[in-house]
Write a protein that binds this ligand. Structure first.
Ligand SMILES: [Zn+2]
Length: 139
C-alpha cells in the first residue's frame, strides 16, 4: 500500500503553520509570550493563562517517549504492528505520533528513551514522526 493512502489530517487555519513547518522539515509549536508556556496542539489562546499573545516557534525536534501502544491491527495505509506513541517534547508539550525506524516491541520501545523528529511524506501533507535519537537519517 502506498503512503498516500494513509488517513490524512486536514490542515485548518489554526494548524496551517504546523503543517507548513513539517513540509519545511521543522517541528513548529506555539508558545505564550505572557507566561512563556509552550503548548501543543495549536490554539489561538494560551491553555495555561488564556492570553492571546501567542507565537509559533521551531522546536529542537528532541523528545522522550512518554507512553505508547503497539497496534497489532493495521489502520488504512499502515503496516501492523506499529507504535502509536505520546512523546514529550524537550520544550514540554506532549503530542501523539508514530515511532519509526525501530521494531515496535516492548523490548525496543523503552519509556523515556530519547527520540528525534523525522518527517514522513504522506502525499499532500508531511507528518512529524519520531525515531530513536542518534541513529543515522536514512537518505
Ligand atoms: Zn500563557
Amino acid at each position: 500500500m502506498s503512503a498516500s493512502t494513509k488517513a490524512l489530517p486536514t490542515p485548518t487555519p489554526e494548524t496551517a503553520p504546523y503543517w507548513e513547518g513539517a513540509r519545511a522539515g521543522e517541528l513548529r509549536i506555539q508558545r505564550c509570550r505572557a507566561c512563556t508556556q509552550a503548548y501543543f496542539y495549536p490554539r489561538p489562546y494560551c491553555p495555561q493563562c488564556g492570553s492571546a499573545d501567542v507565537e509559533w516557534f521551531v522546536t529542537s525536534g528532541r523528545a522522550t517517549l512518554a507512553s505508547y501502544i503497539i497496534s497489532e491491527r493495521a489502520a488504512p495505509g499502515f503496516d501492523a504492528p506499529y507504535a502509536i506513541a505520546i512523546v514529550e517534547l524537550e520544550e514540554g508539550p506532549r503530542m501523539m505520533t508514530n515511532i519509526v525506524e525501530v521494531e515496535p516491541t516492548p523490548e525496543r520501545l523503552v519509556l523515556d528513551m530519547a527520540l528525534e523528529v523525522r518527517f514522513e511524506d504522506r502525499g499532500e501533507i508531511t507528518v512529524p514522526v519520531f525515531a530513536p535519537a542518534g541513529q543515522a537519517v536514512e537518505a
